[in-house]
Design a protein around this ligand. Structure first.
Ligand code: GSH
Length: 234
């Protein structure tokens, strides 16, 4: 079997990566014990879609965390979602969309738009870029992310409106988790990795975010994040 190489954005504050999508792939690799080499990339631009994470395996390069995980399940045969019902699989997709297509952008807003977080952003997400280059490209990257936020639509809202959107998403997640340890059964599945990867990137990092207090306010979500970290990143 040829070696699997996984490229991810830098890690900090005890996290393997400050990118939720990279952390999710890493969490999948931890859950399944898939052997691999892990490479920190300074920028996402080496990836086939100019986004991180991406992998190289068997002569092919593949981007997008969901496509990567589907490929690895197919190639290595280890599926944390094995045995889930059609209803659970459907809810897993809905939760993933909530987390990755909506709540993620509230995190992006906090990190890239709030001025107080700008020094932490340069230190973490852009932390592996040589400082002379970083000075030039950091403001360009910030303008690009602001354009992405506008294109998504979230960036058209006020900070208060974004906070309200995030509050609703977190309430929904807390409601779905309830008093269970994991979303669907007594062992973690992929959706637990997906939720962990974003919530850990809010809770355990130096970025200021109103979502930190919201998560603490939902004890079950805070405990879920700690539980996943303690199990897979002791
Ligand atoms: N749908 C993709 C999203 C990946 C993504 O947005 N990665 C971010 C880092 S968290 C990125 O590389 N952004 C760079 C950019 O958009 O220019 C996945 O699941 O991998």
């Amino acid at each position: 079997m040829t070696e699997l190489t996984v490229y991810h954005l830098p890690g900090l504050w005890g996290l393997k990566s400050v990118s939720p999508f990279c952390l999710k792939v890493d969490a999948f690799l931890c859950m399944t014990g898939t052997p691999h080499a892990s490479v920190t990339a300074a920028t996402p631009f080496g990836g086939p879609k100019r986004k991180a994470p991406w992998i190289e395996h068997d002569g092919r390069t593949l981007g997008d965390s969901t496509f990567i995980i589907a490929y690895l399940i197919d190639r290595f045969g280890m599926d944390p979602d094995e045995g889930l019902s059609a209803d659970q699989r459907g809810r897993a997709v809905a939760i993933q969309r909530l987390v990755e297509e909506n709540l993620y952008w509230a995190m992006v807003f906090d990190r890239w738009v709030r001025d107080e977080n700008w020094p932490f952003l340069k230190q973490s997400v852009l932390g592996q870029i040589p400082s002379v280059v970083r000075t030039v490209i950091a403001p360009i990257a910030r303008r690009g992310v602001k354009r992405q936020l506008q294109g998504h639509g979230l960036g058209l809202h006020s900070p208060e409106e974004i906070e309200a959107i995030a509050r609703r998403d977190l309430e929904a997640l807390a409601g779905m988790l309830g008093d269970r340890d994991w979303f669907f059964r007594d062992t973690p599945t992929l959706v637990d990795a997906t939720v962990f990867s974003l919530l850990a990137n809010i809770r355990y990092v130096a970025f200021a975010s109103p979502m930190k207090a919201m998560i603490e306010g939902h004890g079950n979500l805070a405990r879920h994040t700690d539980r996943f970290r303690d199990r897979f990143y002791p």
